[in-house]
Every structure is written in C-alpha cells, then in structure tokens.
Ligand binder design. Sequence first.
Ligand code: AMP
Ligand code: ZN
Length: 439
Amino acid sequence: MSTRKHLIYNPVMECMSRDERAALQGERLVRTVRHEYENVPMYRERMKAKGVTPDDIRTIEDIVKLPFMEKTDLRDQWPYGLFAVPKREIVRVQGSSGTTGHPIISGYTRDDVDAWSEMMARTLTGAGATAEDIVQVAYGLGLFTGGFGAYQGADKIGAMVVPMSSGNTQRQIMMMRELGVTVICCTPSYATFLGETIRDMGLDPKKDLKLRAGCFGAEPWTEAMRVRIEELLGIDACDIYGLTEICGPGASFECLEKQGMHINEDYLYAEIIDPVTGEQLPYGQSGELVFTTITKQGMPMMRYRTHDICTLDPTPCGCGRTTTRMTRITGRTDDMLIIRGVNVFPSQIESILVRVPEVAPFYQLIVDRVNSADTMEVQVEMTEGFAASAPESIETVRKYIYEQIRSVVGIGTTVKLVAPKTITRSEGKAKRVIDNRKL
Ligand code: AMP
Ligand code: ZN
C-alpha cells in the first residue's frame, strides 16, 4: 500500500459498506428493469422468452435471471430501437469509435449525462486531479465517448480544461508546455508517442513540463507500458475503462494505488461470466465482463456482454474506496486471433516486446494465410539508439524476441525489427493487427 494521500470525489457512494451498496443496487435494478420492460419492446420480448417478468427481480442477486445483450442487438435496433424514453428527452448521442463494422450509438438523457460526468469526475479525482489542475483532453472530441467524457469530468471537478481533441502532436506539446498542463487524458499508445516526441524535441518532461498524472484507456495496454509512459512523461499513469454501450470512459478507473480499476457500482453492476456457458463466475476467476446499467434512462443496458476478459476483486483498496475493482483487460473473447489453431492475444505479444529495451512499443501483427497455413509476422520498431547498432547485435535481439514469443505464445512467427517511426502512428486507438486472411 502506498502512503500517499488519496482524494475521493464522492466518499458516500465510493466508500459505503458492501451491504449498503448491494441494497442500493437492488433498488436501482428493480426500477431499471421495469423501465426497460415497459418501454423497450426488445427487452420485453427477451424477458418473456426467458419466462421472467419485472416482478421476479427483487434483489441484485436476481440479475442472473435476466437475458444477455450483445453488440449485434444494438446494430439490429439501429438507430433508436433501444431508446427507453421519447427522443425529446434525449440530449446527446455518442457512438463507438467504429473501427470495425457499422457504428453503434447510445442515447443520454440530461440525468444520464450528469451521471457520466460524475463517473469521470471520480476518475480524474482518483488520479489525484482537483480544481487546481489544468487538464488536456487529447482523446478525440466527437462521436467517440473519450473526449467528451474526459471534458465533462474535468469540467465537473472545476479544473481548467484544454480541449485539444486528438492529433497534431506538436501543437499538443506546445500547449502542454506553454499552459503548464498538469493532467493529460488520451489513449496509452498516444501517450507513449507524445512522450517520445517530447524527448525527440530535446525537452525534459521533469523540467520543461508540469505534467503529473494521466488517465489512459480506450484500448488494452500492459503494466510494462505503464512503466514506460511514467518514465517518458514523469507522471502517474492510471488506467481507465469504459465502452459506448454503457456510458463511455469512467465505468471504472484506477486510483493512485494502481491495483485495479474501481467500478462505479452505484451506476453499474459488473459480473464475470464463463463466455461459453454464460454462467456467473465467483470473484477472482477470470472470464468475460458483463455490465448492467442500473440508473441509465435513455438507453439502459441489461447484462451487456463486453467480450473483454478480466477478473473482479471485491476487497477494500488502500485508498479507502470499497467498490469492486477489475483487473486490466487481458484480452477479448472475440478478437482473439487463432493462428494455426493456437489462441493468440495481441496483448501477450505486447508484454514480451515492452520488456525488450532495444525496441519501442510500436508494433504490428500481420496475419496472413499462405498455402492454407496461417502466418504471422511481428513487426516492431527499434529504438533510435539501437537502430544504429551492428547487424549482428540486431540479429541477436530479433532471435531473442522470436524465442520469447515461441515459448510464451506457443507459435513460431516471423519477427522483423523495423526502423524507428516506420509503423503508422494512431491518434486514437492503435491498430495492432492486420489480418489479411480471407476467411
Ligand atoms: P468504444 O465503445 O469504441 O469506446 O470501445 C470500448 C472497448 O474498448 C472496450 O470494450 C474495450 O475492449 C476497449 N477498452 C476501453 N478501455 C480499455 C482499457 N482501459 N483497457 C483495455 N481495453 C479497453
Ligand atoms: Zn483504490
């Protein structure tokens, strides 16, 4: 446990006893399920098909009686089929970043936006931010929830917001430097890129910048990447999690203990299920994360299958919060790659690469099928310093990475060390996998 002083935005909600919280969640679930049943035909049909009525839902434990929802349900009901209030009560829509398939949207009432702002205010406070801070929002401000979420939370805590949106790295750094920005919000891959660019510009973050914390999420990252970002930017890097279907960022967030993300459980109920059987799993077991919104009015979500894999920990945290924490997302049940029959998570490969000091955390996995056999090429950038080394040294590192991947992931791959700055940078979520197989 660290000895630092933790700030908590809403101690009543974040530190209540677990029994009190379960009672509150029960009441809220009962109301939400009735609202869904009465106002959304799809929920009514799904519940009827399972033989459940709102009267069967009395406590939070009854949640297991309810049906699951999937992303395809949002697509099938596009655009307004899942709205549970008349459109005039909706004040905002936000959408998925839409890197795969048709976009999805979620609708928010005024109260829903306020609840989301509160979740993000707690998130920023968890990273130590207060009204004294200057918060730069470098998540995209648009349909994507990242930018607006961070903006609303920073606004709610009374910080000075610099709403840069994503992109234009030189300008981001100029603003950071000249305005004395103290907190940055962006994807972890962009944070790394910012850190490297700052260094390439000959700046010393500790002397030239006032940054002290960052809230990074919207894509998977690793503990090793945290170490790198903290080192590059001289800050505390906190993980934050969310998804469009539920509210956007702020569903859960790390405090400065950095021991898992606190779930905003007075708004959301989290479960871990076995992705194959759908059965609820006990705390501590890894499985698919499922979220139920228990206050949302505009577009509530019942047992939404996120396909993100993690573990829940209900034990109290050193910060004083009593909310359940979720571990980092260790993979997804669906975008898991299957290479010659082996399940491969890009995060496994990333955690190998980030431990090799000669390479930078910019990589791409190129998957293909040659003569009906799957192939995977791992391209990773060398660091500036290492790129100038003798070919034999480069070959030694390449072989080392190859061996590591073979022993950890269990497959042979082609490993290519490429020149610095050759892998396309993303201003939002990084595109790590290029799958050229025609399935
Ligand atoms: P979107 O709705 O487009 O914002 O995408 C939500 C998805 O992004 C989630 O279901 C996760 O797969 C991923 N995601 C968001 N935050 C994190 C995080 N902190 N760590 C890992 N994956 C994340
Ligand atoms: Zn904590």
